[in-house]
Design a protein around this ligand. Sequence first.
Ligand code: UFG
Length: 333
Amino acid sequence: MSDSSGRFVLVTGGAGYIGSHAAKALAARGFVPVTYDNLIHGHRWAVQSGPFVEGDIGDRAKLLETISRYNISAVMHFAAFAYVGESIQRPERYFNNNVTKSLTLLDALVDSGVRHVVFSSSCATYGTPDRMPIAEDTPQRPVNPYGETKLIMERALHWYAGAHDLTFAALRYFNAAGADPDGKLGEVHSPETHLIPLVLNAIDGRGALEIYGGDYPTPDGTCVRDYIHVADLADAHVRALDYLLSGGASVAMNLGTGNGHSVREVIGVAEHVAGRKVPHRIVPRRVGDPPILVADPSSAARVLAWRPQYSDLDCIIRSAWKWHSEYSKVRPV
Ligand code: UFG
């Protein structure tokens, strides 16, 4: 690989939660992340490695100019709307942003000769499977527009790859959580809907946590999820990129730990970490929440030699609490 070949990686949505951690991981491995973000949900302060281009993935001219200016050789595509509830209320927003605009991006890549894509997919593409853990050959039957848009883009990548000498890795995340172990980056969503930040807000006295349902068929009645540390996700992205750059064939892989934790377990660990109680109450179930979602991560372990390092629940919540208590208050949101 020459100096200018294979080093500049376009990171769409690189000012967002997972994208910013991936940009940091890319820089740590000698790549130059070129963050491309419209800052609708991303944050300028989260761009801490490499150049920044403020742009929308629907802007073909700006994409072409950016790809050419930086001699981009591969893309990590994170830019997407990702609120499941909103996607049910406003599907048009999700199909437009996550599908139509993503296709504009793919077309720009093909026209520019960019041949490798690491795509941010989701366990939401599986919907509510009958069997746990979820392996990659589990039928993908999304139960909300967000998951549908991610599945459509996986399928689009499959067909584009066949036609245009392109390879891709579709990474299906389970529940991304935690914060940069160095404390420089973390989760800041507006509005916040994710469990762990809301648990930490509740500890801080910002209202009781609402547990969505206490009567699920799980050991303690609350939903079980597979929480994966964002730094482990970032590491998997760089490994997937290396794999594609070394000639690996297109793949779709789960990124999770294989271990499930209930909402009550998350609360218990957070109370232990913070040394304070989490005020909470049980409310009715949230529409569309499956009782249990747990990954079979063996494919990523085999293909990418990926082993989560930070993803035990205690470590996830410690990093999130550190970010929450020391850093998020001094960042402009
Ligand atoms: N939960 C609560 N109270 C809250 C927030 C969440 O009880 O205030 C529960 C949910 O019911 C769920 C668990 O905590 O059981 C985790 O909820 P999150 O909203 O943090 O995450 P989800 O599992 O709903 O969603 C995640 C990603 C989505 C992705 C989805 C796939 O955030 O982007 O997994 O199912 F689509």
